[in-house]
Design a protein around this ligand. Structure first.
Ligand SMILES: *Cc1c(COP(=O)(O)O)cnc(C)c1O
Length: 435
């Protein structure tokens, strides 16, 4: 079955059938005007500059067979190889095998937030470099191999730089990645330790991204695959695996509500794409689901547009502790608005104080230590319930996209309860003894 989330167009560009082997991927198509292009390292439509996405031919395999094939696959994103733009033998190549992370029944948190329906946390902090970015890089690197790149690069708010550095090290690519110079130490060390080049740019993420766009067109960046720029269509598809895993872990069922953090908006947009594919392929029963976006108040261009009823995103200068979400000019922001509105969801934001409180709440109730982005998601989840925007009687999934060890400063007050001499008297004196 051919599935195309963009408007269909008979206008397949010359160049013949794709000569590249990226599994079921057949073409790039413009999300805005539907014009199709052969698979290649391009990201913007030559007709209208709209973003390109991947179209597929998923074949005619029945839903039951496909489900069985997936269930028999590896405990990583590669169980979904039939639905991804990667060669069929991808799991045999050197890569970090990310994904298949736990879907945690969050009964304690649910109770605190007033849920009567089941609440789950999709905990992606256990990926190889401790964020969901390993999923997107794993897909982008296959496209980089096919298109013959030897250096991997990216503009990053921190986690992507680490994911690219690690994946490049394993797969034998050179890497040179770019981050704002003032990131958290955990992110900087995590990105630098794998031995690639790590360049701090004096500016914020939007400056880093603009710089990378210039580098792509310059001989200085010749032959480089920028996972989130010229390989962006392939990169984005990695986020679909979050949708696939959540539904499979629920017993091949759609959740009723999903809360997703928003930086560029790629992850949220592609989770929706993944859910739509599962419905069209008959892998899950079609029923309504609502998608909610989460931002930090200090960088909330999408939430602001949502609340104002605008379709256009006004860029902002980020100022928040949630640095992994600090993108002031989000490329996929308008699509996040569309999806939130179409599914009956919302986009909401919380203050940095609420982010910290939510990190501690999630840790205290479920034993999950999230980075600031996870604090944004759980903080927004709480606010959505309190303001009646999200229905706590419905099955809900919130995604924790990163590990708290990378953003220790955010919760530095969570230190020792007492410091004492090593004697029982001292311990009794601290008021902690059971009797
Ligand atoms: C990159 C990132 C996101 C969101 O990314 P998008 O650009 O919206 O796809 C969310 N959480 C963490 C921890 C991230 O690193």
């Amino acid at each position: 079955m051919a599935i195309d989330t963009a408007a269909p167009s008979p206008n397949l560009r010359p160049g013949g059938p794709p000569s590249v082997d990226l599994g079921p991927a057949t073409a790039l198509s413009c999300r805005e005007c539907g014009t199709r292009f052969p698979l290649g390292p391009s990201f913007a439509c030559l007709e209208c500059f709209g973003p390109l996405e991947i179209s597929y031919d998923f074949g005619s395999e029945g839903a039951e067979e496909l489900r069985k094939r997936i269930e028999a696959g590896p405990a990583s994103i590669w169980r979904y190889v039939p639905l991804l733009p990667v060669p069929a033998d991808v799991a045999t190549k050197p890569n970090l095998n990310p994904g298949w992370t736990p879907l945690v029944k969050a009964d304690n948190l649910g109770r605190e937030l007033g849920f009567t329906g089941q609440l789950h946390i999709k905990d992606d902090s256990g990926n190889p470099t401790h964020s969901f970015k390993d999923r997107v890089v794993a897909c982008a690197i296959e496209a980089a191999r096919v298109f013959g790149y030897t250096t991997l690069s990216c503009s990053s708010t921190g986690n992507l730089a680490g994911a690219v550095g690690a994946a490049a090290a394993r797969a034998g690519f050179r890497s040179c990645v770019f981050i704002p110079h003032d990131l958290e130490q955990g992110k900087v060390v995590m990105a630098g330790v794998y031995g690639g080049e790590l360049v701090g740019i004096e500016g914020n993420y939007d400056d880093v991204n603009r710089f990378c766009s210039e580098l792509i067109g310059d001989p200085a960046g010749e032959g480089w695959g920028f996972v989130n720029v010229n390989l962006r269509p392939y990169y984005g598809e990695g986020s679909k695996t979050l949708a696939y895993e959540i539904c499979e872990q629920l017993g091949w069922r759609l959740p009723e509500q999903i809360v997703i953090p928003v930086a560029s908006g790629s992850q949220l947009t592609k989770i929706d794409k993944g859910l739509q594919e599962l419905i069209k392929l008959g892998l899950v029963e079609d029923r309504p689901y609502r998608i909610f976006g989460a931002q930090a108040e200090g960088c909330s261009p999408v939430s602001a547009a949502y609340k104002a009823g605008h379709d256009v995103i006004r860029p902002v200068k980020p100022d928040t502790i949630a640095k992994s979400l600090a993108i002031g000019n989000p490329a996929d922001g308008p699509y996040v608005l569309d999806i939130a509105r179409r599914t009956g969801g919302a986009v909401e934001d919380v203050t940095d104080e609420e982010v910290v409180a939510a990190i501690r709440l999630l840790a205290r109730t479920e034993g999950i230590f999230a980075e600031t982005a996870g604090g944004v998601t759980v903080g927004v989840l709480r606010k959505l319930v309190e303001t009646g925007q999200l229905d706590p009687s419905k099955e809900t999934v919130a995604i924790n996209t990163g590990d708290g060890l990378k953003t220790l400063d955010a919760v530095s007050e969570a230190g020792m309860t007492a410091v004492i001499r090593p004697t029982l008297d001292a311990f009794r004196g601290a008021g902690l003894a059971s009797a």
